[in-house]
Design a protein around this ligand. Structure first.
Ligand SMILES: Nc1ncnc2c1ncn2[C@@H]1O[C@H](COP(=O)(O)OP(=O)(O)O)[C@@H](O)[C@H]1O
Ligand SMILES: [Mg+2]
Length: 286
């Protein structure tokens, strides 16, 4: 069953002089197993979308449903929705509330699942491995970690309650290049596990080979929705209208023919093709 947004609008401070229409009747559906990148400039409504997806905010018009549970329905158990849709906020610190990393990661399974200690240990070890979290940080205070560690611990604490859908708000912001590639590696593994994830970002290049489907938000509306190849085919000329930064990767990819394009699955393969086909000449590097 999917996550569905049906003609969803969201207005902040509705009915006051400060009201602000952040989302304007968006409709979309995210199916199980999809890996989705939602792109949009600052203020396009991405964070509002994230907060609507698990019932932190509720639509002022339209509805959001998760596996058939409409978030605004009195009959739907909103806790059930929040368990299905795990949200990792843009600032991991906003999620931490316990003194150690271990307690942070084990809070949900200890309190919401009746798991025995062997199961807890196994699920903790699996999560640490998946996210490349070193065991020696388990007894540290999450607030004292590096940016990359904080982000991965925040994801681990969300994964610990096994949400069906994982939604992350700007997960790469503030990370150095090593932490970025660790996060991308996690998303690739998570995709191979057929898990559903959605990232929202303003960075056009970052998830180009990690996500399969791309959505673009512009001023509270969905202005593009398509698979990677459609995105590569159509996005370049529209980035400026969408308020997004120019993209070097898209510029190169557009110059490749279909056959080459099919064989590229990551940055290294893109580089190999570019050099072997001599597309990288002085002009295009300028
Ligand atoms: N708490 C708030 N009160 C009033 N307006 C808000 C609030 N949060 C966001 N907005 C406005 O809603 C619009 C969408 O914001 P947001 O969803 O945060 O976009 P993004 O995450 O893409 O930057 C922006 O115009 C923003 O100023
Ligand atoms: Mg935001």
């Amino acid at each position: 069953m999917p996550v569905v947004f049906e003609k969803v609008s969201y207005e902040y401070s509705k009915g006051t002089p400060f009201s602000r229409l952040a989302l304007k009747g968006i409709s979309l559906e995210i199916k199980e197993g999809e890996s989705v990148c939602v792109l949009g400039a600052t203020g396009s409504g991405k964070t509002t979308f994230v907060l609507l997806s698990n019932g932190v905010l509720f639509p002022t018009e339209g509805y959001v449903s998760v596996d058939g549970l409409i978030t605004t329905d009195k009959q739907s158990n909103i806790k059930e929705v929040r368990k299905k849709v795990g949200v990792v906020l843009q600032y991991p610190e906003h999620q931490f509330f316990l003194p150690t990393v271990k307690e942070e990661i084990l809070y949900a399974p200890k309190n919401f699942h009746s798991t025995n200690s062997a199961d807890l240990e196994k699920s903790l070890n699996d999560t640490l491995e998946l996210l490349e979290i070193k065991e020696e940080i388990l007894d540290r205070n999450p607030f004292e970690l590096s940016g990359g560690e904080k982000r991965r611990v925040a994801i681990a604490s969300v994964l610990s309650y096994s949400p069906k859908y994982l939604v992350m708000d700007e997960p790469l912001v503030g990370l150095d290049s090593k932490a970025r590639s660790q996060l991308l590696d996690f998303l690739k593994k998570y995709r191979e596990m057929k898990k559903t994830w959605i990232v929202v970002t303003h960075d056009v290049d970052a998830f180009l080979f990690t996500a399969d489907r791309f959505l673009v938000f512009h001023e509270g509306a969905v202005v593009f929705d398509g698979k990677r190849n459609e995105f590569i085919e159509n996005a370049l000329e529209r980035l400026e209208d969408w308020g997004l930064r120019p993209s070097t990767k898209l510029r190169f990819l557009k110059r490749l023919t279909g056959k080459d394009l099919q064989t590229i699955n990551n940055d290294q393969e893109l580089e190999t093709i570019l050099f072997s086909s001599k597309i990288v000449d002085c002009e295009s590097l300028r």
